[in-house]
Design a binder for this molecule. Structure first.
Ligand code: NAD
Length: 296
């Protein structure tokens, strides 16, 4: 069986790695944290003492790391993964990183005789554990096809978004829309309440009218109408303010480079930055609701 390597066994990576093991794949795992490696071993992976050792002779390497600097370092610099992997290996980076970093990683992989796809995910920790992530993939169609058995073991929706970096582009454009729509949803519920509608009444109307959106119907920031939403558990994440802010910063950086106007994206970034600066980075990204109500 072809050897797979998984590097980055944090909140997301641990569940993703466990699902590859569950699917019967031959996985060698590495993380800077020995405790995370032990957890992967308990799920069926083989341990490694370094990224380079984990990748030795691997046909595919999957990474789930915090940011672009970690990804470039692990594959092409101190991590030496590109040198260690088998000739022609496929590198699958599932981290959320800057479009430019992803495009640089594609070029460096080709220079090393390997190929790379950027395959960021949507879905969060629960979907990582359940194997129901959505993958948005940038890279060659043949590499997307080659990755499908591995991605299918970790997710249920796989999209080929186009060439190098397009997976990251899809991810940050989507999350910019999500950040803006969440704040707009909070403002709408707050306005409705101040004008005399309770949250359930406004939800019943707007969720069947033209204001309907995911931030309302799946993740309602006002407590009550959607029982599974973080608003019903004191805005514990879910998806944190800090993670939304990270994605908005990536989106704003990419927008500046592409000369795309994103005035509402910038406003959302400023709102989430203010929440993070006030110490609310670990709360769910629907928490602007509390701020509008003067309860934060
Ligand atoms: P995390 O901080 O929990 O995990 C990152 C892991 O990478 C840690 O275990 C850390 O020890 C490890 N690591 C860092 N540098 C390393 C190195 N040089 N070598 C080996 N291991 C190293 O982060 P996470 O929440 O799992 O997120 C990972 C990525 O997924 C991020 O890019 C994030 O933006 C993205 N993402 C997260 C979510 C979410 O809900 N948490 C959702 C979608 C996408």
């Amino acid at each position: 069986m072809a050897k797979l390597t998984f590097i980055g066994l944090g909140n997301m990576g641990s569940g993703m790695c466990a699902n590859l093991c569950k699917a019967g794949m031959d996985v060698t795992a590495y993380d800077l944290s020995p405790a995370a490696v032990n957890q992967a071993v308990a799920a069926g992976a083989k341990p490694a003492a370094s990224a380079e050792a984990a990748a030795a002779g691997a046909a595919m390497v999957i990474t789930m790391l915090p940011a672009g600097s970690h990804v470039l370092d692990v594959y092409f610099d101190t991590g030496r993964v590109a040198q260690a992997a088998a000739p022609g290996a496929l590198l699958i980076d599932c981290s959320t990183i800057a479009v430019e970093d992803a495009r640089q990683a594609h070029i460096k992989a080709l220079d090393a005789g390997l190929t790379l796809i950027d395959a960021p995910v949507s879905g969060g920790v629960a979907a990582a554990e359940a194997g129901t992530l959505t993958f948005m993939v940038g890279g060659e169609a043949a590499d997307f096809a080659r990755a499908q058995p591995v991605l299918s073991a970790m997710g249920k929706n796989l999209f080929h978004a186009g060439g190098a970096g397009n997976g990251q582009a899809a991810k940050i454009a989507n999350n910019m829309l999500l950040g803006v729509s969440m704040i707009a949803t909070c403002e709408a519920f707050n306005l409705a309440e101040k004008l005399g509608l309770d949250a359930q009444t406004f939800f019943d109307i707007s969720s069947k009218a033209s204001g309907q959106c995911w931030s309302m119907t799946t993740y309602c920031p006002a407590p009550g109408p959607v029982p599974t939403a973080p608003s019903n558990r004191d805005y514990q994440p879910g998806f944190s303010v800090a993670m939304m802010l990270k994605d908005l910063k990536l989106a704003m950086g990419a927008a500046a480079g592409a000369q795309a106007d994103t005035d509402f994206g910038k406003a959302a970034e400023a709102a989430y930055q203010a929440l993070a600066d006030d110490g609310h980075g670990a709360r769910d990204f629907s928490v602007p609701m509390l701020k509008l109500k003067g309860e934060l």
